[in-house]
Design a protein around this ligand. Structure first.
Ligand code: PHE
Length: 346
């Protein structure tokens, strides 16, 4: 009799030790079955009376071992199941709304520069680039502005090294690339040069030591001032709207003759007069002229055969007028609050 009880208890111990589940419900059934108030452990202790006195202690120990094993099993499996539950929480919820990362946007200067490139390439101008670190010769001498010429004072220059021959400087205008192209190539030449230029100016709301220009140059047989005017009118209407008018005022540049500055009718007030056009109805946006024959000769182009025109458009100026920005420094500060306003422009 007691042998059967021992055997049962031993089997129960093994069963308990071997028990495994991943289900909470099954675990609960196991708990009730083994440790519950009417469970198997209770029954074991209840059966003690039937055991011979000298074996009771041993049986008691066995029953305790079953109880202990069941309790250990229970807490082990509980922990496992809870860990699993934790893991499911760690899986990211794909449907939680996220903070949207703002889309990047082009810088307003790039927007306007790209528009200018688009307008001129449409009528056959090709893009050229020149170095920002330039020689004195290309920036000045070739362009009819030799050393000690008073016109050099028109542009305050950052010299990198004045002692070298030729002297090195940061180009003061994209016209420097004009001389390079004229020297390297034969007409017909029809190019635009978008790029950055530098001048030793005190930084203020109106002036900066770096800014951008788009240079234009067209050289061929029989190019006239009328061609220049028509090209610029086309540009102005494409850029600022089809009702835009232009006016050319006589001016001076050492490398063009005749020279002019071009105003466009104010597109902010429709030429009625406002703060931006200083109540004149006109805003100035570029310098231009017929390439001086001396410049053509300096660069090895026959000035008897060829004529040409050139222009240089200020990109900051155009951008500021276009978007009514009244401080040029904003263009270079990379303040996200400023730049974000252009995120809808591509
Ligand atoms: N390079 C001149 C400037 O920076 C602009 C210009 C370009 C004028 C071409 C005439 C012809 O002011």
């Amino acid at each position: 009799m007691s042998q059967d009880l021992f055997k049962n208890a031993q089997e129960l111990l093994e069963k308990v030790q071997a028990f495994a589940t991943e289900s909470k419900d099954e675990l609960e059934r196991f708990r009730i079955d083994i440790l519950g108030s009417k469970g198997k452990v209770r029954q074991l202790f209840g059966g003690m009376k039937a055991i011979e006195a000298d074996k009771r202690k041993e049986f008691g120990q066995l029953a305790n071992a079953v109880k202990q094993a069941a309790e250990t099993k229970l807490s082990e499996i509980r922990e496992l199941i809870e860990d699993k539950a934790d893991e499911t929480i760690k899986v990211p919820d794909m449907f939680i709304p996220v903070n949207q990362q703002g889309m990047g946007s082009r810088h307003p200067l790039a927007v306007v520069m790209n528009q200018m490139i688009d307008i001129f390439t449409r009528i056959g101008f090709v893009i050229e680039e020149g170095p920002e670190i330039e020689t004195d010769w290309y920036n000045f001498t070739a362009l009819n502005t030799p050393e000690n010429h008073p016109a050099r004072d028109m542009q305050d220059t950052f010299y990198i090294n004045r002692m070298t021959d030729p002297a090195m400087l940061l180009r003061t205008h994209t016209s420097a690339a004009q001389s390079r192209v004229m020297k390297d190539r034969k007409p017909p030449i029809r190019i635009i040069v978008p790029g950055r230029v530098y001048r030793n100016e005190t930084i203020s709301a109106r002036a900066h030591c770096q800014f951008h220009q788009v240079e234009g140059l067209y050289i061929d047989e029989g190019v006239s001032f009328a061609d220049l005017k028509q090209t610029l009118l086309y540009f102005a209407r494409e850029m600022f709207g089809e009702h835009t008018n232009i006016q050319l005022r006589p001016s001076f540049f050492p490398f063009t003759e005749p020279s002019a500055e071009m105003d466009v009718s104010c597109f902010v007030c429709d030429a009625k007069g406002c703060a931006i056009c200083k109540h004149t109805g006109w805003v100035e946006i570029l310098g231009c002229g017929m390439v001086d024959p001396k410049v053509l000769e300096n660069c090895g182009i026959d000035s008897e055969k060829y004529t040409g025109f050139a222009f240089g458009i200020g990109i900051e100026r155009t951008t500021m007028l276009r978007y009514k920005v009244d401080d040029i420094r904003l263009m270079f500060e990379n303040d996200a609050r400023f730049l974000r306003q252009f995120s809808s422009t591509l």
